[in-house]
Design a protein around this ligand. Structure first.
Ligand SMILES: [Mn+2]
Length: 422
């Protein structure tokens, strides 16, 4: 896998020069772990098994490279498997429209099967679809469609590989598929309602072939922790990672979920410059940051900050949140290091962003606040299973560092005592 990915760019260039077929395997625009790994693994398999003359099989991550850092569970798993980001090809690094225009493009869609409006022109190039949700549209008979309601698209890719010639699957690809299925299927927990017998069968098959794969719990916990690990992100990336945007005729208000406590967040180096630049770049008049963090007993606490350079807007938003009754947020003012930022402890830890958005929408004077919640999300949302939204994990996920989890597990595996109690 590593060598396949490393060579991709050169193979792509050569095929363009020689006017030979380029077969792109691409996931959806959320570019979550499933989309990424399904694209990598299927492209790798096709490259290994397709008869000559070979197309260039190129996995494409369906986001701009600049957004990749926000997919923290994906960057974590690829790094663990020794795959450098430099060998990946992102959507803004390949001209799919141009390739199609030149008659060179074949397209396989994984983890989705309908191209977004902006990509409609590429529909004609689609030769195969692998998806794990119900089909919304029919395809020409020439297009090979696999649509099965399993927990993870990676399961369908694994089944495809298992049906192919033996010996194609390498350890890295196996680890990627294994981790992805476990994350998507909530560690194969039947209670979570995502796993199917086919997902379980694939995980077992992978473990039988590669006994050195880490234990399921360890991988799941590490990936789950990585998903919410923002320690490596810039302030701008933290603000974008889990973002909703409310807009009225006059103003645009961003509402970001933040996964560190408010004091840490507000005291980041260069905080105010970064916040100003972020709001200016995207045209936001103000921003509400809702933080969720966990104490040693894994109890969640929520805090809230209101920022705007427009004092009228800031005080209006603050007042509306302070006085809200459905539900009451039980806000307690906190000292803020910045005069343009109001800070609060949120006593009502059950009041999620889902509850706060309508309050804010009403404050913006949204028409018919009940039915008119118009969410416009710019830039596109990341695939966050937001803790700030209502989410079954909101009470249970401790802020683990993914490296710690793996370290602890390898220590346990080596028979050494864990460095710190869990
Ligand atoms: Mn998926």
């Amino acid at each position: 896998m590593e060598r396949f990915l490393e060579g991709n760019r050169a193979v792509l260039q050569k095929h363009i020069q020689c006017h030979q077929e380029i077969h792109v395997v691409m996931g959806n625009e959320a570019c979550d772990l499933d989309s990424t790994v399904s694209a990598l693994a299927l492209a790798y398999f096709l490259a290994k098994t397709s008869p000559a003359p070979k197309a260039a099989f190129i996995p494409v991550l369906n986001i701009p490279r600049a957004d990749f850092a926000l997919r923290t569970e994906t960057t974590f798993l690829l790094q663990e498997q020794g795959i450098p980001t430099t060998s990946l090809i992102f959507r803004d690094e390949i001209d799919l429209g141009g390739l199609h225009h030149a008659g060179l493009l074949s397209l396989t869609l994984v983890d989705h099967h309908v191209l977004p409006g902006a990509d409609t022109a590429l529909e004609e190039a689609v030769v195969e679809v692998l998806d794990h949700r119900p089909l919304e549209r029919d395809r020409a008979p020439s297009c090979q469609v696999t649509a099965e309601l399993v927990g993870s698209c990676a399961t369908l890719v694994m089944e495809r590989i298992a049906q192919g010639p033996p010996g194609v699957l390498d350890r890295t690809t196996a680890a990627l598929l294994h981790g992805t299925i476990l994350l998507d299927c909530v560690n194969l927990s039947p209670a979570a309602g995502k796993v199917t017998p086919r997902d379980v069968a694939c995980v077992s098959l992978l473990e039988a072939r590669f006994p050195e794969l880490l234990a399921r719990n360890a991988i799941f916990e590490a990936l789950q922790a990585a998903k919410f690990d923002v320690s490596g992100l810039t302030t701008e990336q933290m603000l974008r990672k889990d973002l909703k945007v409310l807009s009225s005729d006059e103003l645009v208000l961003a509402v970001s979920a933040i996964y560190v406590d408010l004091e840490t967040f507000l005291c980041r180096p260069g905080f105010l410059q970064d916040l100003d630049a972020f709001c200016q770049a995207w045209g936001y008049t103000g921003l509400v940051a809702m933080t969720i963090s966990f104490n040693e007993r894994n109890e969640p606490s929520r805090q809230l900050a209101v920022y705007s350079r427009c004092e009228t807007l800031r005080s209006t938003v603050c007042r509306v949140l302070e006085e809200a009754t459905t539900p009451s947020l039980h806000l307690q003012p906190l000292p803020s290091p910045w005069s343009c930022v109001g800070a609060y402890a949120q006593g009502n830890t059950l009041a999620s962003r889902k509850k706060v958005l309508p309050i804010l929408w009403a404050a913006l004077g949204g028409p018919g606040a009940a039915g008119g919640l118009e969410e416009e999300v710019v830039p596109p949302p990341t695939p966050m299973n937001s803790l700030v939204e209502e989410c079954p994990l909101a009470q249970a996920v401790p802020p683990l560092c993914p490296q710690d989890v793996l370290e602890r597990v390898s220590r346990i595996a080596a028979g050494q005592p864990p460095s710190s109690p869990k």
